[in-house]
Design a protein around this ligand. Sequence first.
Ligand SMILES: *Cc1c(COP(=O)(O)O)cnc(C)c1O
Length: 376
Amino acid sequence: MNIKMVDLKGQYDKIKTEIDEGIQGVIDTTSFINGPKVQEFTINLSNYLEGVNVVPCANGTDALQIALMALDLKSGDEVIVPAHTYAATAEVIALLKLKPVFVDVNPEDFNIDVSLIEEKISPKTKAIIPVHLYGQCADMELIMSIASKHKLFVVEDTAQAIGAVYTYSDGKKAIAGTIGDIGTTSFFPSKNLGCYGDGGALFVKDNELAKKCKMIANHGQSIKYKHEIVGCNSRLDSIQAAILDVKLKYLDDYSAARQNAAKIYDELLNNIKEIKIPKISQNSTHVYHQYTLVIEESLDRNAMQAFLKEKGIPTMIYYPIPIHKQQAYINECTDKDSFPVTEKLAELVLSLPIHTEITREEQEFVVSSIKEFLKN
Ligand SMILES: *Cc1c(COP(=O)(O)O)cnc(C)c1O
């Protein structure tokens, strides 16, 4: 068995004709930058997101940066972020000379612990960036009410949760990334909607704000050579857009395949007392960008990972070192800050292979190998 963390080749083989045609089409027209394919994909993604404006850009990190630039935050303004996330979320804040203010996550769904947000709000706080980690939404209804009470912007980092659906307490539904002022996403190859290189996008409800994001991504110009604001150069290239336009049609099928694989893991791993399987939160669907276990503290998580590796089973740790302990961000925290859940998760999480092509047989082998480790 050749188990992979993600199987991009297997996925490609099933849609090869369409993808190859899409790529060849771009080459035939040589509209490599800002070509019609970028337009088409942008419109189709906007339709998928029920009409919210889509601004394509070069990657998910740029999307976050452009979002913060568009919100006109000033040097020293504070932005609240979960402590348990990919470094990019905090990186763009620091890069723009803003101050990341970390908040611990909750141990149930690994997303920002909403009950800890308000104590971190100061007069300088201007925005919250919830991250929909591993594929399910943070508690957006509460986050939006805190944000409106304190007049804060909300930027949803949707890099891991494109297509997840959030349900409000009144039953109303919204797609991840379309709830806050801006949603950002990444089309990195291994993401749920991945291209064959780098790519990203912003989802922006407000039309004026969308125009501004588009300008910023294009050197601060909306008319060629008329630079109204300082921007950057962040483009989704046409070949990537052509690939994404094909894959977007299958996104819901891909999410369903991941959910089916998760259900199989849930069944097979249920009742193993040393392992906590991921919990689905009440108000969000889960698109399983990752299927992440929490291993009991008495076990040696790293030994388990090594044992599985020996058997040819790849696993990943997202994330092994919390951001607040990283050299680059260590000065952003004070001694008063503490992130017990994040620190525990860094020691105890283990993400299993999950992707659109994984087979039950492969999953059974993963689980029997885990059980074999636990017996020893
Ligand atoms: C992948 C990811 C990003 C960054 O996306 P890139 O396209 O690699 O720049 C940001 N935030 C989260 C949570 C991610 O998973």
